[in-house]
Design a protein around this ligand. Structure first.
Ligand SMILES: [Zn+2]
Length: 467
């Protein structure tokens, strides 16, 4: 039952992030129940603490739990979304006076202490870690994870990604290497990603999205509302009080949002010794809580921009160039003309030990029972016959081996039905993984564009002054 799920969103009251899926890796319920049945514990009034998203904060008398749109009350249709969005995910829906705390560039010397302090104050933060530091401090990551914080990916060496990809830098490697360190903290969950310096381009997204290893389960890049100005304060030998004041002014002006601080210094070693972000956290968090602000974890936010990638589906292209397509009789054929053809979208669920389950977007699993025949059919049951060994051939192709040891292939080289009929690997079909494109992103206002451009200009100016 949904009510038994330990991971219900504090914002929306429904099973966080998985509300879009009929089946959940966390929840035991096979069908997500409408939040219609979830009563708002607070009366609908102007003082309701759970109010309309920031886009309409002017009228903060609406209670999300009462006034959720119909789209939220029913199963969302699968969305056309990349694993990595083509642009930064910004303008994230948060109720008024709600904050989401994130730390970049660590783990650093103070990270564990920051994590402990936040836990004592009931705050769950996201630490976007740099892989090269993370490999040296698994104990810190263990501690952060044990304290309930989220460990996100912030690349391995902290390069400027749009430039890095333009000079043929291996951006996929930047993500994959960091994941080898942090994936154990994110088993079966989304892996949140933040772009270094917030710099991003569609080219970087496309480069990452072609590779299952660097795209699957990734959500991002997660942008911010309240910029990480702390390190600049430390660099200029300014006090903790001055930094706190600047953060407070920004937060009050914006009324809430995603905050960035830095628990490490990825490319400013001279600043590392001056860092006072622990003290800043100790000063700022209790002050904000006393002012009535509440903190939520990134995985508790019910914003379509963050939740859509997990309901994402992809196409599987066979060696005949056609897409795997579900038929009305429950069999599958290598017949789809494109990834947009009916019945050609699938969702992958990792099941551990190299096994995966594949299902259609309406929740039926691919299953082959060797006692019946070698034909792969769609079934509601997720049993041993619905698990396949996932064997990567190259970044965008896999082979799938069924329970009886046979690989998935087809009736013939020209196509036909999907069958577990290849007893040897050389007869297996190499199956291409084709992510869909588009991504759901809210439109960015002209003012925000201007503010982003200004921030980018300031960054370039500070670098020029440095050199
Ligand atoms: Zn960074």
């Amino acid at each position: 039952m949904l009510a038994a799920c330990p991971r219900r969103s504090v914002v929306s009251g429904k099973c966080f992030r998985w509300a879009t899926a009929r089946r959940s890796l966390f929840c035991s319920s096979s069908v997500w129940r409408s939040p219609r049945s979830i009563r708002c514990p607070t009366p609908r009034s102007p003082t309701c603490s759970i109010t309309a998203p920031r886009a309409s904060r002017a009228s903060t008398s609406r209670c999300l739990r009462d006034d959720a749109s119909d789209a939220r009350r029913t199963l969302r249709p699968p969305l056309k979304a990349d694993m990595f969005a083509l642009k930064n995910i910004e303008n994230i829906d948060l109720p008024s006076k709600t904050l989401c705390l994130t730390y970049d560039d660590g783990p650093g010397a103070e990270s564990a202490e920051i994590g402990r302090f936040l836990k004592a104050h009931g705050v769950r933060a996201t630490f976007f870690v740099v892989g090269k530091f993370a490999v040296d401090h698994p104990d810190v990551l263990d501690q952060l994870h044990a304290d309930g914080h989220i460990i996100g990916n912030h690349t391995f060496e902290h390069p400027d990604l749009p430039y890095y990809v333009s000079v043929n830098g291996d951006v996929r490697d930047q993500i994959i290497r960091t994941n080898t360190v942090i994936q154990k903290y994110n088993e079966g969950k989304p892996i949140y990603f933040r772009a270094t310096y917030g710099k991003w381009s569609p080219e970087v997204a496309r480069e990452l999205n072609v590779d299952m290893r660097s795209s699957f389960r990734h959500v991002g890049p997660v942008y911010w509302d309240v910029a990480g100005i702390d390190c600049h304060f430390w660099k200029q030998d300014k006090s903790v009080e001055e930094a706190a004041e600047a953060y407070l002014a920004d937060i009050v002006q914006k009324g809430g949002g995603v905050i960035v601080m830095h628990d490490g210094t990825a490319d400013m070693d001279t600043v590392a010794t001056k860092t006072r972000t622990l003290e800043l956290t100790r000063l700022l968090v209790p002050k904000l809580q006393a002012m009535g602000y509440r903190f939520v974890g990134l995985d508790e936010i019910d914003d379509r921009q963050l939740t859509s990638p997990l309901s994402d589906s992809f196409g599987l292209r066979g060696q005949n160039g056609r897409f795997m397509q579900a038929s009305d009789d429950g069999t599958l054929h290598w017949s789809g003309g494109s990834v947009d053809a009916p019945g050609t979208r699938f969702v992958m669920e990792p099941k551990g030990r190299g096994k995966i389950a594949l299902r259609t977007v309406d929740g039926r699993y691919l299953r082959v029972d060797p006692d019946v025949d070698e034909t792969v059919r769609l079934a509601a049951a997720l049993d041993v016959y619905a698990l396949f060994d996932n064997i990567p051939v190259n970044p965008s192709q896999i082979m799938l081996r069924s329970h009886n040891g046979n690989y998935l292939a087809a009736d013939s080289a020209k196509g036909g039905a999907l069958r577990a009929n290849a007893p040897f690997m050389r007869l297996a079909w190499r199956i291409g993984y084709v992510p869909t494109s588009g991504g759901y992103l809210k439109p960015v206002s002209f003012g925000q564009r201007l503010s982003n451009a200004r921030r980018a200009a300031l960054f370039v100016k500070s670098k020029l002054l440095q050199s």
